[in-house]
Design a protein around this ligand. Structure first.
Ligand SMILES: [Fe+2]
Ligand SMILES: [Fe+2]
Length: 364
């Protein structure tokens, strides 16, 4: 089965594009995105974003935009972190070897061998997951599904996939819990703190959905103790929080959000389809939060655009965990997932990161 995820990608691009405009990060005049020229000319900050909006301000010399840099670095990331620096961007490879961001330190390439779908909980370059235990502590409300007709082979494939899926959602709870603390430590505006707290609650529901589905399949499971040692060690500065957000949200959650939205129409069971439709909407909001935070952070410190370039240059599209495609239950094959992720990268992450790189600083 070969599916086209462009509709899901363009929808997400449009949604996040509007949010960035409201956050004072308008599309450039030449932006070909659906939100491009329509929003660039007259960005209308929302009440939520007004406290950080820089719309209408004139970039200073120190915050001059660096348009057109991320596409080249991103398109080369599939193979290497040694992207060729462009004339307008002194960031990429040379900067990765000798960072000029204050407090930057050596740039490590994010690990993708143990890639966790969705928003991972990254601690010291590794995505952490809880172990699985055989209890029903995350399945208080049974999922009403009709599973008759599901073969034993399909059932095993679904249990395998959704066990990992549920644990990944559970890890996202920790990621947002940490992000909320980090936002507070940075003195971030209330709309970002509130959005992060709400997203953490969303992730609890997502994890519960996964474990409830496993129980409906006759497989009782729950997350065991999640290792949280050193979880706050990485994010004590604006730059280090920013880098985590790029990895966990801008990259991880954007890929997951497009995949989630794309797979919904293929699900045959109406009740499960509606559960995953709601989840996909949550994930789109979570990805949006990552970009809106990044716009706020760059507004505070324009040198973070260099950190963004470094993170993007070090990113390689991950090979998803091997899984059997069962589209009627919301599971794409490994190959199909790779295609969806590549499209999400090209159609959503690249153009939106271009906008972030051109984002002006807040007025001082
Ligand atoms: Fe989630
Ligand atoms: Fe999420």
């Amino acid at each position: 089965m070969h599916t086209d995820c462009r509709a899901a990608a363009i929808q997400l691009l449009s949604t996040i594009g509007l949010a960035l405009s409201s956050a004072g990060c308008p599309a450039s005049a030449g932006d070909a995105s659906p939100t491009g020229t329509a929003t660039a000319a007259s960005p209308a900050p929302t009440a939520a974003a007004s406290s950080t909006s820089a719309a209408g301000e004139t970039p200073s010399a120190a915050t001059a935009s660096v348009p057109g840099t991320v596409a080249s670095s991103l398109t080369s990331t599939a193979t290497s972190a040694s992207a060729t620096p462009t004339a307008s961007a002194p960031a990429s490879a040379s900067a990765a070897a000798k960072p000029s961001v204050p407090g930057g330190g050596p740039i490590k390439k994010p690990r993708t061998d143990g890639w966790v779908e969705g928003r991972p909980f990254i601690v010291q370059d590794e995505a952490r997951l809880a172990p699985i235990v055989a209890t029903s502590t995350w399945t208080a409300k049974p999922l009403e599904l009709t599973l008759c007709g599901v073969s034993a082979e399909t059932r095993e494939a679904l249990i395998d996939h959704f066990t990992f899926w549920a644990l990944a959602e559970h890890a996202s709870v920790a990621s947002f819990g940490r992000f909320t603390l980090q936002l507070l430590s940075l003195g971030a505006p209330s709309h970002l703190v509130a959005a992060s707290a709400r997203a953490g609650a969303d992730e609890i529901r997502h994890a519960e959905l996964g474990f409830r589905f496993l129980e409906a399949l006759g497989h009782t499971a729950a997350p065991g103790p999640l290792p949280i040692a050193n979880a706050l060690a990485d994010g004590r500065t604006l730059e280090s929080v920013f880098r985590l957000v790029v990895r966990e949200s801008i990259l991880g959650e954007t890929l997951a959000a497009v995949e989630a939205a794309h797979v919904v129409p293929f699900i045959e069971c109406a009740a499960f389809r509606e559960e995953l439709r709601a989840l996909a909407e949550d994930e789109a909001r979570h990805a949006e939060l990552g970009f809106v935070f990044a716009a706020w952070a760059i507004g505070q410190d324009p040198s973070l655009r260099l950190a963004l370039e470094q993170e993007l240059a070090g990113f390689t599209l991950p090979r998803p965990r091997a899984c059997v495609g069962v589209e009627t239950w919301g599971v794409l094959s490994t190959e199909e997932r790779q295609r969806v992720h590549a499209s999400a990268h090209k159609l959503v992450i690249v153009p939106l990161c271009e906008r972030l790189l051109a984002h002006p600083a807040e007025a001082s």
